[in-house]
Design a protein around this ligand. Structure first.
Ligand code: FDA
Length: 367
């Protein structure tokens, strides 16, 4: 018999939930991660008391009561509510589009007046029957003001292409809210773990053995020998040595700054919707946890293309990549004693609640 029941490749949220449940089921696990820290993409670095989201802003939100109760059994969550602000020129607009936004755009003070204004804006583009691109689609849905101030530049930066060159289907509908409610999410539950995401990961991993700075592929022969079964949460194309092709991602580039001031922008998330400003968002991390430190840490977020060596952030779920992934999926079925899970092995964008739910589902069938 081998030393462990499970080798878990990846100390991210998926691997950590599996490790926790495996232990509860009486199984022994060892976790390896190539990074120098646990937590995968939800890892935060503590900079003099401010938890800095190193791989992009993370806000836990869910409609899944079981998942919410599950994570709350490990850590308490604070009352953080995501309410991003958009900046265009020197004007600020609340998001998502709601009565506050309409008031800021047009001075309209009631839902009835806002609806009239939006109809008037859309009316100009009523002649567009079949939008040929994202620009036409957006104009048809919301008219010129919202499109030019809040959608065009941001979208063009995100995709690295002109809105007239982007397919219309990217925007199917625009949710308008006729109430004064800046809560970005519609989910019943949201918040940030008190003590940060590392507290959640630490609670999940408990005393499970974790080997950091250990790349599975550089120690494959040895690692394959230590456990009866493996849970692999890394990139599925790398697992199979890219034999069906490389899966594509879009990446992000972060520029972090420490400022010796208490409060830089008064909000955790500010979107910059002008095309001329190269970054899409500025994150001020302390506001996720209502920090009162005398200093602050901000991160400028730039969309970035993907290349080997860069962080894979967003899968490109187009036809070509979906086909490649299907080939890998088929290969994965044929590997005995190896489970594949998590966002990289499943080539999917999954919010944290989906990740927890998927890991718990795997535990149910496996353990
Ligand atoms: P994750 O990538 O976290 O973990 C995989 C681990 O495997 C990594 O630690 C990696 O180092 C390790 N690994 C890979 N290959 C290896 C190898 N060969 N050897 C050893 N280790 C290896 N969700 C949400 O609910 N709210 C939010 O606000 C956000 N925000 C957000 C922003 C951005 C920019 C992104 C990309 C994603 C989000 N998410 C999110 C989603 C969230 O990040 C996601 O659900 C979880 O991090 C997924 O956890 P995993 O464990 O699947 O992957």
């Amino acid at each position: 018999k081998k030393k462990y029941d499970y080798l878990i490749v990846g100390a991210g949220l998926f691997g950590a939930v599996f490790a926790c449940e495996a232990k509860r089921a009486g199984k022994s696990c060892i976790v390896v991660d190539k990074r120098h820290h646990r937590g995968g993409n939800i890892y935060c670095e503590d900079v003099d008391g401010i938890h800095v989201h190193k791989y992009g802003a993370h806000i836990f939100h869910t409609d899944n009561k079981e998942v919410w109760n599950y994570v709350n059994s490990f850590v308490e969550f604070n009352r953080y509510t995501n309410s991003p602000v958009a900046r265009y020129g020197d004007k600020l607009y609340n998001l998502p589009f709601n009565m506050n936004t309409f008031y800021q755009l047009w001075g309209v003070t009631t839902p009835a007046k806002a609806k009239v204004k939006i109809e008037e804006q859309r009316g100009e583009f009523a002649h567009i029957a079949e939008p040929a691109n994202l620009e036409e689609q957006a104009l048809k849905l919301c008219g010129k003001d919202i499109y030019e101030k809040l959608i065009k530049g941001y979208t063009e930066k995100q995709w690295g292409r002109a809105a007239t060159e982007l397919p219309a289907f990217i925007i199917r509908r625009l949710p308008f809210r006729f109430v004064f409610d800046n809560n970005y999410f519609n989910d019943a539950y949201q918040g940030i773990p008190i003590g940060g995401y590392n507290a959640l990961i630490d609670a999940l991993l408990g005393d499970t053995e974790v080997c950091l700075a250990t790349d599975y592929f550089k120690n494959r022969a040895e690692l394959d020998g230590v456990a009866e079964k493996t849970l692999f949460t890394g990139c599925i194309d790398e697992y199979f040595d890219y034999r069906c092709g490389h899966l594509e991602y879009r990446s992000l580039r972060f520029e972090e700054k420490r400022l010796e001031m208490e409060n830089f922008q008064g909000n955790a998330v500010v979107n910059y919707t002008e095309r001329e400003i190269p970054y899409t968002r500025v994150i001020e991390h302390k506001h996720f946890e209502f920090g009162k430190q005398p200093h602050t840490i901000i991160t400028y977020e730039y969309p970035d293309s993907f290349a080997p060596g860069k962080e894979p952030y967003y899968p490109v779920n187009d036809e070509k990549n979906s086909r490649i992934y299907a080939d890998y999926r088929q290969l994965a079925e044929s590997v005995p004693n190896v489970l594949f899970g998590g966002r990289l092995a499943q080539y999917t964008y999954a919010d944290m609640d989906d990740t927890v739910a998927a890991a718990l589902a795997l535990c149910k069938t496996e353990l």
